[in-house]
Design a protein around this ligand. Structure first.
Ligand code: BES
Ligand code: MN
Ligand code: ZN
Length: 497
């Protein structure tokens, strides 16, 4: 999809612009959102409003075919509620426009919406528009014979005052890059586990590296053994699929600037292992690599934007399967950090692969490390499918990181909610036989999971994102969401020097 900006000049006015559909906003008092509409447009809109078929409330719509005196083939009036319109109402309005447009034979659309009269900033508003179009056009097509695109829309022009064009252009580039990255993460997430294996993810990382000039290293089993990642390897051992440890580097900042490190959980299928999961819904455990997919998606966006920063991506990836070689409950393994772990539940495998990746991250002397993982069912109980869980230690440096992430999350409507990591929870991980157990019982299940990871992150500033409830949707709408790619990209953009 192609997005561009247009503004009124001698050639273009809303009245004369050639487009399959012109979209204009109307408030709930009947007033047009456009400040200087042509008399013809004003009259047409007034007539349409007078029919009573649109009340101007946020999300109300009315479509007119071949409107008199206007070059556009269709005119779509959309209600924006009050002026200025809240971000929420604007999202509602965009959503209803897209519902009306979906079945229509329109390839080329012009949006003349008041991007400077929304409570959100102009870049946020542009992000809302672009994201709406991307989401509607998305189709899970990789494994289907029918490749018909979900949307006929090819070109979207944003009509705006000329003094807003420059800020809008930058915002468009960023919004497109974020959505490309998000879409890429969705595609990976939606693939089945027999296709999207650890080697497949490694191949994707290589392809991205080639396309955008990243450095990439794919560590295989032997090299992972040399690194003494005994915890990661213990999970991988249960599967016939060989593990991979992916290292992606985008070093476009100053050479002395400490990098940001993103670590993604890449379990390509989580059967639970010997602590086997129940059968119902187990197919959804193909999504247990969504953390990894979000790192790859964010790297795609980083490449598209050519960010001038040092960013490293780490992905430990393997399957969690039951077999004669699989971890048994009670087994004790030695992590790369030297700390030993009693595996009381083989289904708590995410933390077992992440802990070694987090130890590996120390070598980069990072400015900040963020891990992203579909880590605990308990996080869904705590926060549902709305907020991703954010976990950090509770000191000043971590409060600042949590604050920055929360702000970025708001800007791209990819919400997170902070939960505590406190020493008082750590004793739930006590083991009589090893330095720690890998599970802490039912109470505060996502916090004790975070507390487990915390023991491997004491050399740097770190945040953990539990996306178990937000990385995909179940039911008739089943599919990956691509979260938290928008949040990660926005956080990187906002920390841009
Ligand atoms: N990948 C799962 C977490 C998960 C479950 C995400 C359901 C989304 C939906 C993780 O590996 C897991 O199995 N966690 C266990 C931990 C428990 C054994 C302490 C869980 O949440 O049940
Ligand atoms: Mn599991
Ligand atoms: Zn898992």
């Amino acid at each position: 999809m192609d997005f561009s900006t247009k503004s009124a000049d001698k050639k273009n006015s809303l009245q004369t612009i050639k487009t399959d559909c012109l979209v204009i906003g109307i408030y709930n008092n009947g007033g047009l959102a456009d400040k200087s509409p042509s008399p013809v447009l004003q009259e047409t809109a007034a007539k349409l409003y007078a029919t009573g078929d649109i009340d101007g409330k946020a999300g109300s719509t009315l479509l007119a075919q071949s409107p008199d005196g206007i070059a556009a083939k269709r005119l779509l009036l959309v209600g924006l509620g009050t002026s200025p319109t809240s971000g929420k109402d604007f999202r509602k309005a965009i959503d209803s426009c897209l519902t009306v447009l979906k079945p229509l034979n329109v390839a080329n659309i012009t949006l003349a919406l008041p991007i400077d009269a929304i409570d959100d900033s102009i870049p946020q508003t542009i992000y809302t528009i672009v994201t709406g179009f991307y989401n509607r056009a998305y189709r899970i097509g990789a494994m289907k014979k029918d490749k018909t695109p979900a949307s006929k829309i090819r070109k979207v022009a944003l009509f705006m005052p000329s003094d807003k064009v420059s800020i809008a252009k930058t915002a468009l580039l960023q919004a497109k890059a974020i959505n490309e990255g998000r879409q890429y993460a969705k595609d990976l997430g939606n693939l089945p586990a027999n296709i999207c294996t650890p080697s497949y993810l490694a191949k994707q990382a290589k392809d991205l590296a080639k396309e955008y000039g990243f450095t990439v290293e794919i560590l295989e089993k032997k090299q992972i053994e040399s690194l003494k990642m005994g915890s990661f390897l213990s999970v991988a051992r249960g599967s016939d699929e060989p593990p991979r440890f992916i290292v992606l580097k985008h070093l476009k900042g100053k050479s002395k600037t400490a990098p940001a490190v993103l670590v993604g959980k890449g379990i390509t299928f989580d059967s639970g292992g010997i602590s086997l999961k129940p059968g119902a819904g187990m197919d959804e455990m193909k999504y247990d690599m969504c953390g990894a997919a979000s790192v790859l998606g964010t790297f795609k966006a980083i490449g598209e934007l050519g960010l001038k920063q040092n960013i490293i991506g780490l992905i430990p990836t393997c399957e969690n399967m039951p077999s004669g070689k699989a971890n048994r409950p009670g087994d004790i393994v030695t992590s790369m950090s030297g700390q030993t772990i009693e595996i009381l539940n083989t289904d708590a495998e995410g933390r077992l692969i992440l802990c070694d990746a987090l130890t590996f991250a120390e070598r980069f002397k990072p400015a900040a490390v963020i891990d992203i993982a579909t880590l605990t069912g308990a996080c869904i109980i705590a926060l549902g499918h709305i907020n991703s869980g954010l976990f950090t230690r509770m000191d000043d440096a971590h409060d600042a990181l949590a604050e920055a992430l929360s702000t970025a999350a708001k800007h791209v409507d990819d919400p997170i909610w902070r939960l505590p990591i406190e020493d008082a929870y750590q004793s739930q991980l006590d083991s009589n036989f090893a330095d720690m157990a890998n599970v802490g019982g039912r109470p505060a299940g996502s916090i004790t999971a975070a507390c487990f990871l915390e023991r491997f992150t004491r050399q740097y500033v770190w945040a953990h994102l539990d996306v178990a409830g937000t990385a995909w949707k179940s039911g008739s709408d089943k599919g990956a969401t691509g979260r938290p790619v928008p949040l990660l990209c926005q956080w990187l953009l906002e920390r841009q020097p």
